[in-house]
Design a binder for this molecule. Structure first.
Ligand code: PMP
Ligand code: GLU
Length: 394
């Protein structure tokens, strides 16, 4: 039979985070006692005041298509949030609500990239950036960083990666998967380089902004000279534990917001109406309402670092945000454990799944072949059990 699928989809990688989560689910269904630390998903329930707003929206018959770019009052709440939390001023014509930050990112790629445009991705980067860029016929340019610089890109590295074809740079802070948080000074350093290259745009993915243990989240759009060339991406999946409700949004120069709306109008027609109404309640609430989740992640971060720190061969940075640790496990390469030779981070992650029944994600999916990602968005008991199993099989 001839190949009936497009080259586009044939050449695309499957999301490694979602694939590992599916594998863990499958093994669990077959009776195995799997601890899933692969998916970046808060394990809290959605706060009641947000659920109540969704129930109210159903009763109020929010059942029709919303405006493609989102309800105006939701966009006002987003504008208020940008002002309150980030000191950024975005008009409603600069805001687009989408089906998750993932769609926001896909919209940007489809609206801004032409074939061959280069997108700088400081590695490790979030798993989907590279394939989203490729789907839009852009060329990802990975800039490898290491644990020695806390997995952050330096201005000199950025400068060296820029070519006449560079169109954009995409990054997340706090970073998925490394948990690294860029300081104001570090962002100013990158902005200084970009000043010399006025045609390069920045996608600043700030979906973990509240899950920041050092405090003081900084948006690169607020740095001198960056506002008109930055697309600030955010969403409610992480801060409000609303992953399945699928709401993300951008603040961007008006022409880009307009293009994303046009594109979305031919794709999804806009985000889910009920979830949009609930998002108003989420964003209007003071951050103090979700502080308990942030405090809990902080405690778990300390716990997992302490526990993993006891395993010989794990090199760890101290993640200052998000809910992942990204240990460098390259010390194990070339070793044989219980009859399995470990040559890559994928081998290591698979070994943990098959022998310790613990699901993690290989760093290769995030552009770093020496590390694995462990999500600590799980109960303390599970984290303790997972690390003790890992220790036992190593
Ligand atoms: N960016 C980063 C850095 C993420 O970790 C995620 C994970 N969900 C997303 C974007 C996409 O989030 P959403 O659920 O809003 O699509
Ligand atoms: N962003 C989460 C993660 O990195 C959720 C999975 C996904 O959307 O890929 O695990």
């Amino acid at each position: 039979m001839s190949n009936h699928l497009s080259n586009r989809i044939t050449n695309m990688s499957t999301s490694a985070t979602l694939a590992m989560a599916a594998k863990a689910r499958e093994l669990r269904n077959s009776g195995k006692d799997i601890i899933g630390l692969s998916l970046g998903e808060p394990d809290f329930n959605i706060p009641d005041f947000i659920k109540d707003a969704a129930k109210q929206a159903i009763d109020d018959n929010y059942s029709s298509y919303s405006p493609v770019d989102g309800y105006a009052d939701l966009k006002q709440s987003i504008a208020n949030k940008f002002k309150r939390d980030n000191n950024l001023t975005y008009g409603l014509n600069q805001i687009v609500v989408s089906t998750g930050a993932k769609q926001s990112l896909a919209n940007i790629a489809m609206c801004m990239l032409n074939k061959g445009d280069e997108v700088i991705l400081p590695a490790p980067y979030w798993v989907s950036y590279s394939d989203i860029v490729k789907l839009a016929e852009g060329t990802p340019v990975e800039v490898p960083t290491s644990i020695d610089t806390d997995f952050k890109m330096t201005p000199a590295q950025l400068e060296a990666a820029i070519t006449p074809n560079t169109k954009m740079m995409w990054f997340s802070s706090p970073c998925n998967p490394s948990g690294s948080v860029y300081s104001k000074e570090e962002l100013e350093g990158l902005a200084e380089v970009l000043k010399k290259h006025p045609n390069i745009y920045v996608v600043s993915d700030e979906i973990y902004e509240h899950i920041n243990f050092r405090g003081g989240h900084v948006s690169i759009a607020g740095i001198d000279g960056m506002y008109n060339r930055t697309i600030t991406v955010n969403g409610v999946s992480k801060a409000f534990a609303m992953t399945g409700w699928r709401i993300g949004y951008i603040g961007a120069p008006e022409s880009i917001a307009k293009a994303c709306t046009k594109f979305q109008g031919q794709n999804t027609s806009g985000a889910n109406a009920i979830a949009q109404r609930a998002t108003i309640a989420a964003l209007d609430a003071p951050v103090s309402k979700i502080q308990f989740m942030i405090d809990e992640f902080h405690k778990r971060r300390d716990l997992i670092l302490e526990l993993l720190g006891e395993i010989e061969g794990f090199k760890l940075n101290v993640p200052e945000g998000a809910f992942y640790v990204f240990p460098d496990i390259s010390d194990f390469f070339g070793k044989t454990l219980n009859g399995t030779t470990i040559n890559t981070a994928s081998d290591f992650s698979m070994y943990l799944l098959e022998n310790a029944n613990v699901a993690t994600v290989t760093g290769e999916a995030f552009g770093n072949p020496n590390c694995i990602r462990i999500s600590y968005a799980a109960a303390e008991k599970e984290l303790r059990e997972a690390v003790s199993r890992i220790k036992a099989v190593l």
